[in-house]
Structure formats: C-alpha cells, structure tokens
Design a protein around this ligand. Structure first.
Ligand SMILES: O=c1ccn([C@@H]2O[C@H](COP(=O)(O)O)[C@@H](O)[C@H]2O)c(=O)[nH]1
Length: 624
C-alpha cells in the first residue's frame, strides 16, 4: 500500500479454488494504481498486485496448473495519478506496464480523446506486444488516414504448464463516442467476418473472450451465439468490464463470464477444471468453473498466498510501490484544497437527501459556479448528468487527487440562451423518463438525424455505469418519471394523479437485490456482497452490505429564479455539461423547442472539475 493510505483491516475470508487453468482479472482500473487511501478494504496498490501475481504464478507452477492475467480496459481517466499530469498519464503507463498481463484489450475511456488513443497505440501496445488483442478496433493514422487493426485480431498460444491450446479474442462494446483516430466495428458485424468464422473452425482447448463489455450487454450474447453456432464443444471463458460491478454469468454448461468491478477495488479470480488437453481426442471436456472476487486488500493477498508481511513483498512489487509514491509526490496529489464536512454519496443516499452528492451540487455548488458574468442576471437552468460524477466524497481532506477521483472529465458548460421557460422546464423530466425517443430507433433517426440502423441512444447512458448495470431498476424508475412528466403537464384532471403517484419502493428504500446480507457477524466492514449466477458466496471477504439507491440520469439547479417560488421566469438560459448535448437537443425538440446544435454556445471558461475544485477551496476551509 501507499504511504499515507489507511491501514488494512482483517475480515473473515473465503478460500480460492484452483483448477487446471486459473485467471486473475482486473478491469476499469481508471488510474487507481495507488489503491484507495481512505478505504481499508481496498488499500493495496499496483505494487502489491505485482507481488501477489508473482506468488500466485509460483503456486500455479508448484501445482502444475496455469495462471493467466487478464485486463479488460478503461485503465485511464478517474484518478490523479493519470489525470493530474501534463500530458495526462505521464507516469501511469510505465507503472501499469510493470505487471505482466497475458491478455489485454481496450476500453472506451482509452478512446474518448485523440491523445489517449495515440498513447494506447504508441505506448501500451509496444509494452504488451502480442498480448494485446483488438478484435473489433482499428487505429487510424492521423498523418496518412490509413486504417488498420489496433492490434492482432486474436491470439493463439499454449499455456506454460498444462500446454493448453488457447485462442483469445479482445472486444469492445459498440462504442460510438471515440475520437476519429480510431474506428470501432459493431460486434454483430465482426462476428460475421471471415477471419472470425475461420478461427472458430479451429479446435483449441479453451476460447478466452476478453472484452470491455458488460456481462449482461447484448454484445457478449451476440459473440456467444456466433461462437456456439460454429463450435459446440469448446469451453469458453468470458472476461468483461465497463459496468463497474462484480458479476458472473453462466452462458451454458461450458461457458462462464466474469466481471471484476472497478477502480482497483476488486481482483477477479476464475478457475476452470475438467479441460481436456491438446491432442486428447478421446475425451470430451466437461469443465467446472469457480469464481471469486478478491478485495484489493493486502491482508487478503497474504491469506491467499499463505505469506505474511515479511515474506510477501517482492523487490519488483516494492519498486512499483515506490514508483507510484514518487509520481504522486511529483504531482502533489496530497495537496489539500479543503476539508469535506461530511461524507457525500453517489448511491448510498437517496437522490434528494442530505449527504447525496448530487444534492450538494444542485443546492450549493451550481448556484455559485454556473455564472457567465455577461448573463449573471438572467435566470438559468443548469443541468448535468449523474454519470459525470465518478466517486463518493469522504469526510476529511479534499485533495488534488480527490478532484480527479470525483470528476476526471474535461467537459465544459455550454448553453442555449433565452429559451421559453415552458419548454426548458420539461427537459429534466424527459432526460430522466422512459420516453419513447430514448428507446425507439426510428423516432431517434427523425430527431437526431442519425443512421436508421444505429442502435437507439439510450438516456440511461447519462447515469453512472454502476446503475446502468441494473436494467430492472432503470425501467421501473423511467416509467415513474414518465408518469410524473405526463401528470405534471398541466392538463386538467392530471394534478390529482401526480399527487397519487407513488415513487417505486427502491427510490425511497435501499435496493437489496444484489446486496444481500451474508452474515449476522458483528463488526464487519461495509463492502460488496455480490449475488451472481453462481450464488452469493463469491466475495473473498465477508462484508456488511452497502446500501444502493436509484439516482436520476440527470440533475438540475434553478439559478437566479424569482424569489417567490411560484413565479417563474418567461425565458431562461439552458446551461448544460457538454457531454449531454446529444440528449438536450432532442429533449428540447420533444418539448416543442426547435433548437439544433447551431444554437449552442460556450457558457463560461473552465471545466466542471476545475470549477468544483475552486469551490471547495473557497467553501470548505476548516481543519482536517
Ligand atoms: O465525458 C464523459 C464520459 C463519460 N461519462 C459517463 O461515464 C459513463 C461511462 O463510463 P464507463 O467508465 O465507460 O463505464 C457514461 O455512460 C457517462 O455516464 C460522462 O459523464 N462524461
């Protein structure tokens, strides 16, 4: 762990089950290579993981089994270690590369910016060479415009001890927000390509499909079906990400998928036994799978390796810990901007209750920071998406690092001036509702003027990834917002219905479906209590369950409105974070406002991130 991180805390543990073939999996690390400084259960750093992997590989050798390390992307954006340097990632790429990852692919965050695609191509790719797989991603050379595969489309190799013949793919979901020096091919098109179909005719011992894809997303379904159509008998292991959750899915008796959370909280473990070995033509594979979500806690790592503080840390692991510490010092990540007076939660508090991070922004921060001096006296609605906030704020020091942890994006505020309030006031309801425009591709092609074949641009993409992984909640909540919108439309007879409309239970009560209490043991640390297709015994550490409340897709502040709350302005400036412009314009159209991208202007200097950091400096002075 890093100097300054909280001491790890011991907890009741479950053991790992080893098989012939075993995997350690990271995903969506988002720059958190220094681990969590304020959470004892996740405070190990990348150096500890390097030591851990070393000992686990040794155990595999001793057992005559194999261990492969997997990473499924989104390594960048989300922590000062990546975002605070100029250029971004100055230290991160070198530190990350100290781990020997056997199969690695790209996430959407590597592709948002032209610059990070270049770094991926010029740095990560040479760092991992043949281990990097890009089944549906191309790189576009900015000089020549030439488009070519980002990396090899698949990787075939034999494992060290068992000699298992592996064919690995590396996918990205159907991402469309990438910068133009990359090209993502839709998964349903890739699986029809000749090279893919040819590979499926091969008979490896195992297919390993890694992907920056949520396990419950359509794309893995498409890949699985295509693979099974061509090849009935080969076991397939899937490793996914993007959804930021711990999850495991059984596709069939020979195919299992694992997702390993986010932000270096989790190191996923999968083991497979019952594989037939290369050349063994007599027998049929009848694999058994296990999965475990390992807390990124050095005490757990001691437990799984049978080592202790004096025997666990390797020279290389210590060196990596030092590299991180020295980068953090260079970047002044511990520099304190202010002191958070309490905890502010993304999903552990109700949307509208004190202690909810969006309520803090709506009530206190936005009225101060959303100001364009020339239009200071104009009433305005300031709108941002909840997914633009990436992490909770803990009571205590708010540092340079916290700034990027809460909001790593470089998004700025834009606006459309003087929109009739009657139209503008409907936007927020539409953004949060299950309105047909968000699910119907034909309606969207009309409004967005996009390709008829494009999948609908769902409004849930504005919310946090952790919430997007709960489709059942989203539908129920969207229905509720939809009814609320209809009931508040002012037509006679609807008002009564609005009063009678009840919030879905989980908006007022914590959602417990995936967060079942596992034990009544006292003094447990709060953390993940995962329920997946295998059951509820997947977490290596027994935790006290966390609460999870549904949050809207977007939130809004009314700023400089008439003092008497029933008086509404005639016109308002509609100010919004640039990321949600693709939803703001159709929402305006849907409300009767004929606006287009041409009406949008820059509202003020600075990003949300820089403005919020300034606000903390001015408003949260105190001792901590
Ligand atoms: O500029 C941005 C980029 C992304 N978001 C939010 O993040 C999620 C995607 O997050 P992943 O880590 O890729 O899963 C997206 O749906 C938005 O909610 C953003 O707000 N601004």
């Amino acid at each position: 762990a890093q100097p300054g991180a909280v001491e790890p805390v011991a907890a009741p543990m479950r053991n790992l089950t080893w098989g012939q073939l075993n995997f350690l999996h990271t995903t969506d690390t988002h720059g958190w290579l220094g681990g969590h400084f304020q959470e004892p259960q996740y405070s190990a750093d990348w150096g500890d993981y390097v030591s851990f992997a070393h000992h686990m590989r040794k155990q595999a050798d001793d057992k005559g089994s194999d261990l492969l390390l997997i990473d499924t992307g989104d390594r960048v954006e989300g922590n000062g270690l990546f975002d605070a340097s100029s250029p971004k990632g100055l230290y991160q790429y070198d530190i990350y590369a100290q781990q020997d990852v056997d199969i690695i692919c790209t996430g959407n965050h590597e592709l948002y910016q032209h610059y990070s695609i270049e770094r991926e191509h010029n740095t990560t790719l040479p760092n991992f060479k043949e281990n990097y797989v890009a089944s549906n991603l191309d790189y576009v050379d900015p000089e020549t415009g030439k488009q070519s595969p980002m990396a090899q489309r698949f990787r075939r190799f034999k494992t060290k001890n068992q000699g298992l013949d592996i064919i690995a793919f590396g996918f990205l979901f159907d991402f469309t927000g990438n910068a133009n020096n990359s090209a993502v091919q839709r998964v349903e098109d890739t699986v029809k390509e000749k090279w893919f179909l040819d590979v499926l005719k091969e008979k490896p011992d195992v297919f390993v499909v890694i992907g920056h894809v949520g396990l419950r997303m359509e794309e893995f379904e498409v890949i699985f079906k295509a693979m099974r159509q061509a090849n009935w008998h080969t076991p397939i292991t899937f490793f996914g990400g993007h959804a930021h959750v711990r999850d495991a899915r059984k596709f069939d008796s020979m195919s299992v998928a694992l997702a390993s959370g986010r932000y270096m909280e989790t190191i996923g473990w999968m083991s497979v036994d019952g594989l037939k070995k290369t050349g063994d033509v007599e027998t049929q594979a009848s694999p058994t799978f296990t999965r475990t979500y390992i807390d990124n806690n050095v005490l757990g790592m001691y437990h799984h390796t049978g080592l202790d503080e004096s025997t666990f840390h390797t020279d290389k692991g210590r060196k990596v810990t030092e590299m991180i510490d020295s980068a953090r010092k260079e970047l002044e990540l511990d520099r304190k901007f202010g002191c958070a007076p309490r905890d502010y939660w993304m999903s552990r508090a109700r949307f509208n209750e004190d202690g909810n991070i969006y309520k803090l922004l709506m009530d206190e921060v936005f009225p101060d920071i959303i100001v364009n001096e020339d239009r200071r006296n104009q009433s305005r609605l300031a709108i941002m998406n909840t997914g633009g906030i990436r992490f909770d704020i803990f009571k205590g020091a708010f540092t340079r690092d916290t700034t990027y942890i809460v909001s790593p994006f470089v998004s700025e505020f834009r606006y459309i001036p003087d929109v009739p309030y009657k139209i503008a006031s409907r936007i927020i309801g539409i953004l949060n509702s299950g309105s047909r425009i968000w699910v119907n591709p034909l309606l969207q092609s009309d409004i967005f003027h996009v390709d008829d074949d494009a999948p609908p641009r769902s409004n849930k993409l504005m919310s946090a990834p952790e919430q997007q992984a709960h489709p059942e909640l989203i539908k129920e909540a969207a229905d509720y917002f939809m009814k609320k919108l209809a009931a508040s439309s002012g037509r006679r007879g609807r008002r009564g219905r609005l009063a009678a409309l009840e919030e879905p239970e989980y908006m007022a009560e914590p959602q417990r479906d995936g967060q079942m209490p596992l034990t009544s043991q006292p003094d447990l640390i709060a953390g993940y209590t995962t329920k997946d297709d295998f059951g509820d015994d997947g977490d290596d550490t027994v935790h006290e369950p966390l609460e999870f409340y549904y949050q809207a897709n977007a939130f809004q502040s009314e700023i400089n409105f008439p003092a008497y709350h029933k008086d509404k302005p005639e016109n308002v400036d509609v100010v919004f974070i640039d990321f949600i412009q693709p939803w703001i314009i159709p929402a305006l159209k849907f409300s009767g406002g004929d606006y287009s991208d041409k009406d949008v202007r820059k509202y003020m200097e600075g990003t949300f991130t820089s403005k919020f950091a300034e606000w903390v400096g001015e408003n949260w002075q105190g001792d901590c």
